[in-house]
Design a protein. Sequence first.
Length: 179
Amino acid sequence: MEGSQQQGSAERRPPGRAHRSAGPQGTQLFQADKLREQAEQAQPDSGERASVAEPVLEGNSPSLGGRRHTLRAGRQTIGRRGDNDIIVDDPSVSSSHAWILNQQGQHVIMNMLSTNGTFVNDKRVHEATLKHGDRIRLGQAEFTFLTREAGEGRIGARHWLVGALLITAMFAALYLIWY
């Protein structure tokens, strides 16, 4: 009886096909390039703007195609393996390459004993605190850490202080001139 079941399933297979088209539970088998293509099409275009509250990693390498990954609170894993938060399909990237940690608003990248290393601004690091515009390289995959959009000015406390001092100096000069 077993022989007749196996024979029957062999007869259902299309002639001339040397490999299986479905797994043992009927799951359709795909070639790796087809899966990658479908994953890229299904991946939502984040289109989100970078901000201090929600910084992004923007892919620079051709294989990363400018894709953006918003960094959330806590820890995110980066690597080639499918269970990472940020998956980098590049053979030079280790399966579990690095972590990015949000530590009280500071983003820190940590190398996880990867084969090809983690680099920030072309310097090999085990751990580094990231700043806007830092270039990150994992193997041959390159990203930029962004906390604001290009051309977007940043007005910090120092700028406000300088502005307030200038305005105060102008009022003091006008007071001296008129009185």
